[in-house]
Design a binder for this molecule. Structure first.
Ligand code: GLC
Length: 747
C-alpha cells in the first residue's frame, strides 16, 4: 500500500495533514497530484467515498425539490462532496466550516448555474451566439467567472452546448443554436472564458459541458422527451461541441435527462465510458443532471433508486446531483459485489483531483473572500463589457427605407409595448444572482440616449400575455403624436428556458395585433423583438419597416438597444438559428439534405419535397443579419481547383464596405460535398471571419480548407474524406451567398 504522502497516521484528519503538512520535509518535495489524491482516497471509508459522490442543492432549487432536514448533519459526517445553489462568500464559508468538522475534513465543491453572468447579467447564450464574436463571448464568460469565483463558487454548470434545431424547446435560449461548427467555436470560447488559463486561479471556475448528450433533439421540442438519433447524426451534429469543450479543457461534464437510443444518458455507458472517458480520454468528472440518476426508475430502466445508482456508476456518472442514490446505496452495492470498488475509487479520484487543483485542500475558503466579492461582483467596468456584448448580440432583421438608425435629434418618440419599461425580463431564464432593479430598461435606454431634448412617451398597449386590447387606444394615440415609434414586444423571461416548451411560438397575447394597430397609423415603426427563442411573426415581418431581434440582453439591455437604434453601434449580429415561418416547418435548419425530389422554388411543389400550404423557405435564415452599411464581396481565388488528398486549399476574397458607415460583417464559408457514399447536406458552415471595415475600406480575407473540413462519417462510421467535387460558398448568410466556386478533391 502506498504510504500517505505526508506523515499521517491512519486515523489522521486529511484536512489537518494537508494544511499542516506543507511544513513537513516530505511535502517540501513536489508531490504528484495522483499521490495527493491517493493519499486521501486510502484514508476514506466506503461511506465517505459515497459521500464524495453526493451533491445536494442548498438555498434555492433548480429542479424538483426534496425536503431533507438532515443535509447539514450529512455534511458534517462527510456524506456530501458538493453543494449547488449556495451563493455568497459568507454563506459558502459557513457551509465549508461544517464540512471541515467531518473526520477527513474534505472540503466541499460549490457549483452554480452561472450561465450568462453572475450578478452582472450578459445576453442569454443564444443572443451571445448571434454575435459570432468569440472574443466577446469569452470575455463574457470570464467576467461571469470573476464574479462567481469572488462569491465563493468553484464551478459553473455551463456552457450548455446542446445543438438545438427545434424552437419549441425552451432551452434553445441557453445554447448556441443549430450549427455544430459555430456551436463548437462558441463552446471553446465559453470554456476558456470560464476556466481561464489555469484551473485554480481565483478569477476562474470549473466549466461544465452539458447536457451529454443529444438533449436538444427532444422529440416534439418537448423538454425531457425521448431522443432517438442515428449514430451518424449524434456524431456529426450533436457531439462536436462537446468535443470542442473537452479539447478546450472543460473540467467537468454534465449528463442529460433524456434517453438516447433507448438508454438514459445518465446510465449510458456508450456515451460516458466508451466515448467520453475512453475514446476522448476525459480526465475530469461527470455530474448527473438534477435527479437524473433516480429518474431512470421513471424511464423504466432501473427498478429502484439503488439499481439506478448501480447503473449510473457502472456507466460512468461520477457525481449524483440530488438523487441520493449514491450516498444511500453505493456502500451496499460495493459490498454485495454489484459495483466494483475500483469504479467508485475512480469517480472519487476524479472529484478529489479537481478539489486539489482548485487548492481547496490547502485553503478551503480561498474562493470565499468577502472583500473580493464586494469589490468585483457587479463592478461598473463589468457593466460596460455587458453593454458591449449586448450590442454585438442584436440582429437587424429588416430595415426598409432606412428607418434605422434614428436621428438623435428626433423630438417625439413613442415607445409602445409590454416590454418597454420592463427590467426583469432582460434577465432571461437563467440569471442567477442578479438584481434586475439595476438593469437598464428600453425606456431608460432611450432617455439616456436622447436626453431631455426628446419627448419620449411610453404606452404599454397590452400585456405580454392575455387577450385584452384595452390599452390599444392609448398606444395608437401615443404613436400618432410621435415622429417615430419604437415597439418593445416578445416573450416574458420565463417563457423560454428549462421546462418551458411551447406548442405555439407566435408572439404571445395581443402583441401582433398591437403592432398592426400601431403600423396602421403610418408612422415609422421599429419593432424590438425580445425572446429566448426564434418566434413566428409573419405579419410583422411583412409590414413593419424595421425589426431588431434583441433576445434578452441582461443588465445593460436598454443602453445597448439605444446604441443600436441610433447607430452609435452598427448592428452586426447574425442568426445562430433558423427562424421558421410556421411551426409546421419545424424542424427546419439550413444544413438540410437535398432529398431525391428537391423543390426548386415556391411553385415547384408537385411530387416534390415541399408543402402545398407553405414555402420551404424560413422567415429568416441561419446566418441572416443586416447592417447600416453595405458590404460587397469580390475576387474569389482558390489556390487550386484540383486538391490533392491530405492537402489544404487556400481561399481568398475581398470584402468592401461600400456604404457610408463603419461596420462589421461576418463572412461565412460554406461547403457542399456534391457526391459521397453518404448523402451530405446542401451546405455546411466550415469557417467564418468577423471583419470591421471603415466606409470605403477593402480587406482581403483568407481561409484555409483542411481535409478535416472535407471529412464526414462514411457508411462504416469512419471519419474520412472521399475524392470528388465540392462546392464552395462565401456569403453574408446561408441564404445570401455572394461568391461561389467548385474544386475537386483528388484520390
Ligand atoms: C437543471 C438543469 C441543469 C442545471 C441543473 C442544476 O435541471 O437541467 O442544466 O445545471 O439542474 O441547476
Amino acid at each position: 500500500m502506498r504510504r500517505p504522502f505526508c506523515k499521517a497516521v491512519a486515523t489522521a484528519t486529511v484536512g489537518a495533514c494537508l494544511v499542516v503538512g506543507s511544513t513537513t520535509p516530505l511535502l517540501a518535495q513536489r508531490k504528484t497530484l495522483e499521490q495527493k489524491v491517493d493519499s486521501v482516497l486510502q484514508l476514506m471509508t466506503l461511506e465517505e467515498k459515497a459521500g464524495q459522490l453526493n451533491q445536494y442543492t442548498g438555498d434555492a432549487v433548480t429542479g424538483p425539490a426534496v425536503n431533507d432536514p438532515t443535509k447539514l448533519e450529512q455534511i458534517r459526517s462527510g456524506r456530501v462532496g458538493s453543494m449547488l445553489n449556495i451563493r455568497g462568500a459568507q454563506r459558502t464559508r459557513e457551509l465549508q466550516a461544517e464540512a471541515l468538522k467531518s473526520r477527513l475534513k474534505i472540503p466541499l465543491l460549490f457549483g452554480l448555474d452561472v450561465i450568462h453572468g453572475y450578478q452582472t447579467t450578459f445576453p442569454i447564450p443564444l443572443g451571445e451566439a448571434a454575435s459570432w464574436d468569440m472574443t466577446a463571448i469569452r470575455q463574457s464568460a470570464h467576467i461571469a467567472a470573476v464574479e462567481a469565483a469572488a462569491a465563493g463558487q468553484h464551478w459553473t454548470f455551463a456552457p450548455m452546448v446542446d445543438i438545438a434545431r427545434d424552437p419549441r424547446w425552451g432551452r434553445v435560449m441557453e445554447g448556441a443554436g443549430e450549427d455544430p461548427y459555430l456551436g463548437s467555436q462558441i463552446a471553446r470560447a465559453r470554456v476558456l472564458g470560464f476556466q481561464g488559463e489555469k484551473i485554480g486561479a481565483t478569477d476562474a471556475v470549473l466549466a461544465c459541458a452539458k447536457h451529454f448528450a443529444g438533449y436538444g433533439a427532444a422529440q416534439a421540442g418537448r423538454d425531457y422527451h425521448t431522443v432517438d438519433l442515428s449514430r451518424r447524426l449524434l456524431w456529426e451534429v450533436y457531439l462536436p461541441p462537446f468535443k470542442a469543450a473537452l479539447d478546450a479543457g472543460a473540467a467537468t461534464f454534465m449528463n442529460a435527462f433524456n434517453e438516447l437510443d433507448g438508454i438514459p444518458s445518465t446510465g449510458n455507458r456508450y456515451l460516458q465510458r466508451d466515448i467520453l472517458k475512453g475514446q476522448w480520454k476525459f480526465q475530469g468528472f461527470v455530474v448527473s443532471d438534477w435527479g437524473s440518476i433516480g429518474e431512470m426508475v421513471n424511464h423504466g430502466f432501473a427498478k429502484d433508486n439503488a439499481d439506478a445508482g448501480r447503473l449510473a456508476l457502472l456507466a460512468g456518472s461520477d457525481m449524483d446531483m440530488e438523487s441520493r442514490s449514491y450516498v444511500n446505496s453505493l456502500p451496499a452495492l460495493v459490498k454485495s459485489g454489484q459495483v466494483p470498488e475500483e469504479l467508485v475509487n475512480d469517480a472519487v479520484r476524479r472529484i478529489l483531483r479537481k478539489k486539489f487543483e482548485l487548492g481547496l485542500f490547502q485553503n478551503p475558503n480561498r474562493f470565499s473572500d468577502v472583500a473580493r466579492e464586494k469589490k468585483l461582483v457587479g463592478a461598473p467596468e463589468h457593466r460596460q463589457i455587458a453593454r458591449d456584448v449586448a450590442r454585438k448580440s442584436i440582429v437587424l432583421l429588416k430595415n426598409e427605407g432606412n428607418v434605422l438608425p434614428l436621428d438623435k435629434k428626433t423630438k417625439r418618440i413613442a415607445l409602445i409595448g409590454p416590454l418597454g419599461s420592463s427590467k426583469l425580463n432582460h434577465a432571461g431564464f437563467w440569471a442567477v444572482n442578479y438584481d434586475s432593479t439595476g438593469y437598464v430598461s428600453v425606456l431608460e435606454g432611450l432617455q439616456n440616449k436622447f436626453g431631455k431634448q426628446a419627448n419620449i412617451q411610453y404606452a404599454r398597449g397590452c400585456g405580454i400575455k392575455g387577450e385584452s386590447q384595452a390599452g390599444f387606444a392609448e398606444a395608437v394615440k401615443t404613436a400618432q403624436d410621435a415622429d417615430v415609434v419604437v415597439m418593445a414586444v416578445g416573450e416574458a423571461y420565463d417563457m423560454s428556458g428549462e421546462a418551458k416548451s411551447r406548442t405555439d411560438i407566435g408572439l404571445p397575447g395581443q402583441q401582433e395585433a398591437l403592432i398592426k394597430a400601431v403600423v396602421a397609423t403610418g408612422k415609422p415603426v421599429v419593432v424590438l423583438m425580445m425572446a429566448g427563442r426564434p418566434l413566428t411573426f409573419n405579419w410583422t415581418a411583412e409590414h413593419a419597416p424595421a425589426i431588431l431581434y434583441t433576445w434578452w440582453l441582461g443588465s445593460e439591455a436598454g443602453n445597448a438597444i439605444a446604441d443600436v437604434l441610433t447607430g452609435d453601434y452598427n448592428p452586426a449580429g447574425k442568426l445562430p438559428m433558423t427562424f421558421p415561418r410556421s411551426l409546421g416547418q419545424v424542424p427546419i435548419f439550413y444544413a438540410a439534405k437535398n432529398t431525391g425530389r428537391p423543390s426548386s422554388g415556391d411553385k415547384d411543389v408537385l411530387y416534390k419535397s415541399a408543402y402545398i400550404d407553405q414555402t420551404n423557405r424560413p422567415q429568416y435564415a441561419f446566418g441572416h443579419g443586416l447592417s447600416y452599411t453595405k458590404f460587397t464581396y469580390g475576387n474569389l481565388k482558390l489556390s487550386t481547383t484540383q486538391l490533392g488528398a491530405g492537402q489544404s486549399l487556400t481561399v481568398s476574397c475581398t470584402l468592401t464596405n461600400a456604404g457610408k458607415t463603419a461596420g462589421e460583417e461576418v463572412v461565412q464559408l460554406y461547403l457542399r460535398d456534391l457526391v459521397a457514399s453518404v448523402t451530405r447536406p446542401i451546405m455546411e458552415l466550415k469557417d467564418f471571419q468577423k471583419v470591421q471595415l471603415k466606409p470605403g475600406e477593402t480587406k482581403t480575407l483568407t481561409f484555409t480548407i483542411t481535409s478535416d473540413k472535407l471529412s464526414f462519417y462514411n457508411q462504416d462510421m469512419q471519419w474520412t474524406t472521399e475524392p470528388g467535387e465540392f462546392r464552395l460558398m462565401l456569403g453574408s448568410a446561408s441564404d445570401d451567398i455572394r461568391l461561389d466556386s467548385k474544386f475537386e478533391l483528388l484520390k
